[in-house]
Design a protein. Sequence first.
Length: 256
Amino acid sequence: MSRENQQLDKYSFLVFYIIIIILLLFIIWAYIIYLSEVLHYMKKLKTDEIIKLIEDLKQAYPDATCSLDFKTPFQMVVAVMLSAQCTDERVNKTTPALFERCKTVQDFADIDIKELEQIIHPCGFYKNKAKNIKLCAKQILDNFNGKVPNNMEDLQSLAGVGRKSANVVMLEAFNNPQGIAVDTHAKRISNLIGLSDESDPVKIEQDLLKIFPKESLKDINHLFVWHGRNTCIARKPNCENCCVKNFCKHYKKSKK
């Protein structure tokens, strides 16, 4: 190969290398701009505007409360288990017969699993749910003297009870909210408004707990569910009629 060709190859490689560096710098620059916008918006919502957001949601949904029917802490645990991949309406149609058949935690531990499966069949995933309900009842009898534990750590030690369910039980059964139950509604609303850029429910909850004051946790848990069901609908959010659209990153971007 001639010296001229060698120099040409070196020059081509140098140009290619410079182009790659420029592209990488551009990507990094664009990501920094995007990240700064997200952080700026989140910082903005940490001020008095977050209080206004809560007030607007409360005004839009003054009757927002838990949709599941229950009378005892363990009934709440069971109802939350049944609500997985099932509507609250369907759960509420199923639990009257169930709670009539099983009046105590001991009854749930003793019921034949086939009978339990038949009763909860309409709620879906009935085999796994029945197994968890019976095991959970046994754990409460063996480890907690027959009483549903009233703290997050012990609740999450029960079969079929994850962090989201534990949050719901702490709020509804014990009126002592410890966090925010990030279901599909809370996840969607948090991402669209710009309260969190995460996809993992645990990380989303941690972002939300940094933003919302503790005294608002009870309201937020209910308000997110109601807002997700009535306005910020998964298939097609009703942005124009949204009571918090002025705070929403998704809405503002759609109007540009």
